[in-house]
Design a protein around this ligand. Structure first.
Ligand SMILES: *[C@@H]1O[C@H](CO)[C@@H](O)[C@H](O)[C@H]1NC(C)=O
Ligand SMILES: *[C@@H]1O[C@H](CO)[C@@H](O)[C@H](O)[C@H]1NC(C)=O
Ligand SMILES: *[C@@H]1O[C@H](CO)[C@@H](O)[C@H](O)[C@H]1NC(C)=O
Ligand SMILES: *[C@@H]1O[C@H](CO)[C@@H](O)[C@H](O)[C@H]1NC(C)=O
Length: 357
């Protein structure tokens, strides 16, 4: 008996080689049309016959779900591929102060390659973002980088006038922040969680209460680097976090009405050592230490790309590519960087929830 795999390989050869052979024969356009028609009918007949051969239909369905899965997966892997265009602004009156961060105009786009274009990423407008987040509960937990992501996320859905008061409340040092945007039924909580231990505690709290947000965005590392300065310990605490997140999954339906939460990790920004604002930071947060922490994140297998549960918002590559002109203290970057990160997150959410706007 011929197995499903062999048949699949045969079909793949057919689809691959028949048009190649035809191209080799320099067929006329009419003959080409005839052949592709015949090929189509043959494949259609096969598709209709497959239900009568269980192993074939099983293979066919796993193959098609593999293709869909693969497309989603590869687009999630590409969603962080962004290129920056940073140049001096043309509308400035005083052109002398080129050290100011306002001096530069910063624009970004997804990189222009075939693979990335095929994913059709898009910058979402206010109404698209509102549609996507309508009725959701979003929790963002972490350090000041996470706070900046919250600020950008809110500026997607709130009027400009309302953003001023949000900014004041949000930036009270070391505190949580909650807001409900009634117009779209969005509930957003920022949880101040500078250490990985704090994130783990949060995840355990969700588990105990059996109440989960629809979207959970986490990120930390800078506090650990400054106050513990021990990458080995960082990887240990990330692994603990990972296993607490994994224990939420697979998600049993009784726990939530909307399926498992969408999980994101806010990567660490590039640190520009010479620009850091205290002596202690310049000393402890060296480039070497930064790289050790970056490796620790990889080793912890927390991220989807290493087989873990969280999708990376690649702040590292965003900040590296935007460069020193996008930061004043070598650690916190211009709003446009976090805005790009939110675009990345919304696009990943679109892919994951198969929504088409
Ligand atoms: C800023 O201006 C100074 C002198 O006007 C120049 O030497 C320097 O290269 C400029 N820096 C950048 C980043 O353009
Ligand atoms: C949000 O969803 C509700 C029902 O699902 C709908 O009535 C409402 O118009 C939506 N609002 C926006 C701003 O999309
Ligand atoms: C975060 O964790 C640290 C270390 O375990 C603890 O000292 C601190 O109180 C926690 N902070 C918050 C906001 O929970
Ligand atoms: C770093 O952390 C690890 C794991 O927690 C610990 O075993 C080690 O002693 C620490 N190293 C230093 C230099 O503190």
């Amino acid at each position: 008996m011929i197995g499903g795999i062999q048949l699949g390989v045969l079909a793949a050869c057919l689809v691959l080689f028949v048009p190649m052979l035809m191209a080799g024969w320099h067929l006329s356009r009419n003959k080409m049309l005839f052949f592709s028609g015949a090929l189509f009918i043959t494949l259609a007949v096969c598709v209709h016959l497959t239900p009568y051969f269980p192993s074939v239909s099983e293979f066919a369905s796993s193959f098609s779900s593999f293709v869909v899965f693969d497309h989603r997966n590869s687009c999630i892997n590409l969603v962080n591929q962004i290129a920056w265009d940073v140049k001096p602004r043309t509308d400035l009156i005083d052109k002398s102060d080129n050290s100011s961060f306002e001096y530069y105009e910063k624009n970004w786009e997804w990189v222009n390659t075939g693979k990335v274009n095929a994913c059709e990423f898009q910058k979402l407008g206010k109404s698209d973002a509102s549609d996507l987040l309508n009725g959701s509960w979003v929790v963002v937990a972490g350090d000041s980088q996470a706070r900046l992501v919250v600020l950008s996320l809110l500026s997607f859905v709130l009027e400009k006038e309302r953003m001023d008061s949000v900014r004041d409340d949000l930036f009270r040092r070391h505190s949580d922040y909650n807001i409900v945007v009634h117009e779209i039924g969005l509930k957003l909580d920022f949880i101040w969680a500078p250490y990985e231990k704090n994130l783990t505690d949060l995840v355990i709290k969700f588990k105990v209460k059996r109440k989960y947000p629809d979207v959970l965005v986490m990120g930390s590392g800078l506090w650990h680097m400054l106050h513990c300065t021990n990458a080995t310990d960082y990887v240990v605490s990330l692994r603990v976090l990972k296993s607490s997140v994994v224990s939420l999954l697979p998600f049993s339906p009784e726990l939530g009405t909307n399926g498992p939460p969408h999980l994101f990790w806010i990567g660490m920004p590039m640190l520009i050592n010479g620009m850091l604002n205290t002596e202690e930071k310049r000393e402890k947060m060296s480039d070497e230490m930064w790289h050790a922490y970056d490796r620790a994140l990889g080793d912890s297998k927390l991220l989807r790309q290493t087989g873990g549960p969280l999708v990376l918002l690649d702040i590292q590559s965003l900040t590296w590519n935007c460069g020193p002109r996008c930061t004043i203290d070598g650690m916190h970057y211009d709003g446009v960087v976090y805005e790009a990160a939110v675009h990345i997150m919304l696009n990943a959410l679109l892919i994951e929830s198969h929504q088409v706007l």
